[in-house]
Design a protein around this ligand. Structure first.
Ligand SMILES: C[S@@+](CC[C@H](N)C(=O)[O-])C[C@H]1O[C@@H](n2cnc3c(N)ncnc32)[C@H](O)[C@@H]1O
Length: 239
């Protein structure tokens, strides 16, 4: 585990190296991150709408890596959900608290085992599990599972990375970890999740370049991983 930081606010968080790096990067972007993607979040907004249609009014929803709170935490909060957002970037959380006053925002690292929140009726993560190795991705899905009630829904969107060719993101470039549609369902099952759907959605990156979003719909079904031969596991669809 990394350093413990007490910023004198209600949030006392432990940041591991991945989280500390993400926090510094997204702090430096500020609202520029939100503006870069404005008008390019159609699939994300539609997915959140669809999630709400399955939930009761007032359902508890956790937005992991909520960023500035827009569009998702704001959309869910306006839709009558009881929303909590977590993120490691204090800078983005400050915008989230201002832009979405109806939700609760906590500075926290998803991987912090001491994190004492939830469980939630649904957990969403839109593009916050980025550039993780397969092992880390599975560990992240296990964390999301543990934060969800039995029978609750997980909705995770990630950019597909079929090669480690350089990716441009907000004036930086890096070589991504692989994240392929054919692996994602397996990773979810290894994390003990029941996979309902994997939707493949055309997206645009921050520079307007075409990208592919993978939208995983899964459920915390029970404590042990479901067998791979069970029906209903892993339907894949283009959207
Ligand atoms: C690409 S942004 C996505 C923001 C938002 N979900 C959206 O759709 O606009 C990724 C976010 O995940 C956050 N993040 C990265 N690693 C995290 C971790 N370990 N725990 C919590 N948040 C994390 C970053 O600080 C950043 O705000």
């Amino acid at each position: 585990m990394g350093q413990t930081q007490d910023r004198g606010s209600e949030d006392i968080v432990v940041l591991a190296p991945q989280a500390a790096e993400a926090a510094a990067f997204f702090d430096s972007l500020g609202l520029g991150y939100q503006h870069a993607f404005e008008g390019r979040k159609t699939s994300q907004i539609q997915a959140a709408e669809r999630l709400m249609s399955r939930l009761d009014p007032g359902a508890r929803v956790l937005d992991v890596g909520c960023g500035t709170g827009l569009p998702t935490a704001g959309q869910l909060s306006e839709g009558g959900m009881d929303v909590t957002g977590i993120d490691v970037s204090e800078g983005l959380l400050a915008h989230a608290r201002r832009q979405v006053p109806g939700a609760r925002f906590v500075r926290a690292d998803l991987f912090d085992q001491e994190l004492d929140i939830g469980p939630f009726d649904a957990v969403v993560s839109f593009y916050s599990l980025v550039d993780l190795t397969a092992d880390m991705f599975i560990a992240a899905l296990e964390r999301l599972r543990d934060l969800t009630v039995t029978g609750g829904t997980l909705l995770v969107a990630v950019s597909e990375r079929r090669t480690d060719d350089e990716v441009r993101f907000m004036d930086t470039s890096y070589r991504p970890a692989l994240c392929r549609r054919e692996d994602l369902g397996d990773w979810a099952r290894q994390a003990g999740l029941w996979v309902d759907e994997l939707n493949i959605c055309p997206e645009q990156g921050a520079e307007g370049q075409p990208e592919t979003g993978l939208y995983l719909w899964a459920r915390r079904f029970r404590d042990s991983p479901p067998s791979r031969s069970e029906p209903g596991q892993g339907a894949m669809a283009d959207r």
